[in-house]
Design a protein around this ligand. Sequence first.
Ligand SMILES: NC(=O)c1ccc[n+]([C@@H]2O[C@H](COP(=O)([O-])OP(=O)(O)OC[C@H]3O[C@@H](n4cnc5c(N)ncnc54)[C@H](O)[C@@H]3O)[C@@H](O)[C@H]2O)c1
Ligand SMILES: [Zn+2]
Ligand SMILES: [Zn+2]
Length: 372
Amino acid sequence: MKSRAAVLLDGPGKWDVIEVEVDEPKEFEVLVRFSHAGLCHSDDHYAQGDVPAMAYPFAGGHEGAGVVEKVGPGVRDLEVGDHVVAAFIPGCGRCTWCARGMQNLCDNGAYMMLGTQLDGTFRLHTEDGTDVGQCSLVSTFSEYSILPEWGAIKIDKDIPLEIAALVGCGVPTGWGSSVNAAQVRPGDVVVVMGIGGIGINAVQGAKFAGASHILAVDPVEFHREKALELGATEAFVNIAQATDRAQQLTNGQGAASAIVTVGVANGEHVAEAFGAIRKAGTVVLTSMCNVTEYGIPVSLFELAMYQKRIQGSLFGMMQPTRAVPDILELWREGNIKLEELITRRYALEEINQGYEDMHAGINLRGVIDFKA
Ligand SMILES: NC(=O)c1ccc[n+]([C@@H]2O[C@H](COP(=O)([O-])OP(=O)(O)OC[C@H]3O[C@@H](n4cnc5c(N)ncnc54)[C@H](O)[C@@H]3O)[C@@H](O)[C@H]2O)c1
Ligand SMILES: [Zn+2]
Ligand SMILES: [Zn+2]
């Protein structure tokens, strides 16, 4: 069948909306019709060339929700009509990482940039038969797409697909950066550096975990306002100001944790966050960077003697099959805000505008509405 899809013909490059041919779902795969897809900054890393894809054309998108249209042979847990959230790491449940309760590090993560499905072959093709790589095995920027059964998490049908889409990446990634990676505890002073689609959810997670002071940092006023609306206690234009404030609040010691969620990270950002934390404090690096980025200019003496911790975090150290229902339950109970995260909706054809708006700082999160 045919589908509209936003693809990169090369990286760096702009998104081109083209018609792709979508294969039938093979064994343990499903065909999903996406209703909404989130414009996460991670897809922009492919467009900017920070992160190369391994197969071009490359159909982007790893945050989305839709409806199962067809199931392939052997699929047991999903049926036609099910509403699903795309999981950009298809946790197998059997590898050593899944068995350790670290489904976010499932060995299937190796496929995230490869472009194929789990059997090593492609499901999307151009009209002339060229293979089209899939982003994270899901390609939520293709209206119709093939997903592994493990990459589609069933949700209740009464949940609006627009907000469910965000639960595929931005919400758990940010929430878990606070709750799991930083291990925010009641009474903590927490700094969140970069209040976009990820950082805003780090703010929400820190609030839920009981942080007494959440110091949001973003150069963009609109993002600081949003942070204050959704749980930050104070907002600053740069981390130096937040560091001063954290020290004022803690008799000179510093924040319990500083979470880095800027758009494109470098070693300086992590070093600045390192300077904001106290003894036995934690810096969390959630942001992606250019793949060639190396080194964090911090004092090794301070790292050891102050017993500081620098913690990487993928998908908020959450387990996709547990995170999606848990976050939606938190939303039902009013403990996390989801509707408030969406600033603008775009038709698929407007995707480049959506990313321009992200760079211009006028979106907290932009969302593709395939019906628009
Ligand atoms: N680790 C993971 O699992 C994971 C998952 C999804 C996204 N990400 C990454 O997280 C990062 C954030 O994604 P997003 O979608 O929220 O991006 P975004 O562009 O929506 O938000 C980034 C924010 O950082 C702010 N910012 C930029 N420089 C800053 C600085 N020096 N100090 C403070 N704020 C600054 C920007 O104004 C913007 O508000 C990206 O690098 C993305 O690739 C990681
Ligand atoms: Zn993402
Ligand atoms: Zn696994």
